[in-house]
Write a protein of this length. Structure first.
Length: 402
């Protein structure tokens, strides 16, 4: 029953994503979108509550059985993907038959805002809020901040009415001083079926603070430096690549979060239904939490906390001085050991599952915990605590299929 509920939950979440995309592209009307979204969210909430409260039967897990289960899960995932495609195809056909869907054309109009900066060392902040669309922060040129806003509408009522809708999009742009900080604020609003894509180009040498909020869409930062960065979305993804900063807080409800090649001193990532991925990330403290998604972290932080309720965790420390806590309720945990001669100390605990070690690390019991360590560990090094209730824990080498 638990597996069936999880598969049904994945199916409903994927349908909700496609429904959101269809609405943003103007393929269905707003009232239809609202009604269907409410219905699917109600079913999703019911399933989530049932999964969280369910008492799953205890099964004695052995290594061979887990390998077979992994192969079966891959086949099952493929079947689910095929089912989702067929479901969305039938949904579109039903909408078209009901006269809800029609041929829509997309119309666009660009607007550019330039803000010259006399002193790049002066405190500066970018605040953007978008209801439907995207926000991207990228490196620019010269000594001015350049905001390019692509206004778009997908409409079935003809070009004249579409252009009128574009004209009604209000950018709500302003600049002002808050204490000693110069703030650039952009908060567009417009009629239904409109969206905006904002690209903020930052001049070299400017380390600003950022507050980026997108309700339906994605937020991205690439190749920029910052003091603090707060990125929030409801249904879209968040990505940060090749950035350096002091403190980052990335939060999304149903989207995924990705970090790549970032150097952020303190980083907090949170998502409810999405996955979290951090690759070549480094800094001092790193926290990643998701309720129903998976976490993949290959990072070089001094201290890390990775938590998920229904998902799995895959972790690899890329430095030899690391303190990490890994926790999952119903998912599995995999720890990759690149070099077993480094100072390793892993404390693993499972309530109803198995612990498998495919490395030369020495294994022993300490109360209810399984300890895996290397001779090089002397109260300092790579210290990991891994806990799961109904899942498994596996420690493997860098070349293993883990």
């Amino acid at each position: 029953m638990a597996v069936k509920d999880k598969l049904e939950l994945e199916r409903l979440l994927s349908i909700l994503e496609d429904l959101e995309r269809m609405y943003q592209n103007g393929e269905i009307r707003e009232e239809t979108y609202r009604e269907m979204k409410k219905s699917y969210k109600s079913r999703i909430t019911t399933l989530q509550d049932r999964i969280m409260d369910m008492e799953q039967p205890v099964a004695e897990a052995v290594d061979d059985a887990r390998e077979a289960l992994g192969q079966a899960s891959a086949m099952m995932a493929q079947n689910v993907n095929d089912l989702l495609k067929n479901t969305m195809r039938l949904l579109k056909e039903q909408l078209k038959t009901a006269g809800i869907e029609g041929t829509a054309r997309k119309y666009k109009a660009d607007e550019v805002i330039r803000l010259p900066l006399e002193d790049l060392s002066h405190p500066f902040m970018v605040k953007c809020r978008v209801e439907k669309g995207t926000i991207s922060v990228v490196p620019g040129m010269g000594s001015e901040v350049v905001c390019t806003v692509e206004k778009a509408v997908k409409d079935m009522l003809g070009e004249e009415l579409a252009r009128k809708k574009l004209d009604r999009i209000d950018l709500s742009y302003s600049t002002y001083m808050h204490d000693t900080v110069r703030v650039m604020k952009l908060s567009p609003s417009g009629p239904p079926s409109t969206s905006v894509a904002i690209t903020v180009a930052i001049p070299p040498g400017l380390s600003a603070d950022y507050e980026l909020v997108v309700e339906h869409g994605s937020a991205t930062m690439e190749h920029v430096a910052f003091g603090t960065a707060t990125l929030k979305t409801e249904n879209g993804s968040i990505e940060m690549r090749d950035c350096t900063g002091g403190q980052a807080s990335l939060d999304t409800e149903t989207g995924s979060i990705t970090l790549e090649r970032d150097a952020i001193e303190h980083c907090t990532l949170e998502t409810e239904n999405g996955n979290i991925k951090a690759v070549e990330a480094r800094g001092h403290t790193f926290e990643a939490r998701t309720e129903k998604g998976n976490i993949t972290a290959y990072e070089s932080y001094a201290s890390s906390t990775l938590e998920t309720e229904l998902g799995s965790i895959k972790f690899r420390p890329d430095n030899d001085q690391h303190s990490c806590t890994l926790s999952s309720e119903l998912g599995s945990i995999k720890i990759i050991v690149p070099d077993p001669t480094d100072p390793w100390h892993i404390r693993a605990y499972v309530e109803r599952g198995a612990i498998r070690n495919d490395t030369p690390l020495e294994r022993r019991m300490q109360g209810d915990n399984t300890i895996l360590s290397s001779p090089a560990y002397r109260d300092g090094g790579i210290d990991i605590s891994a806990t799961t209730e109904l899942g498994s824990i596996r420690i493997c080498g860098i070349n293993d299929e883990c």
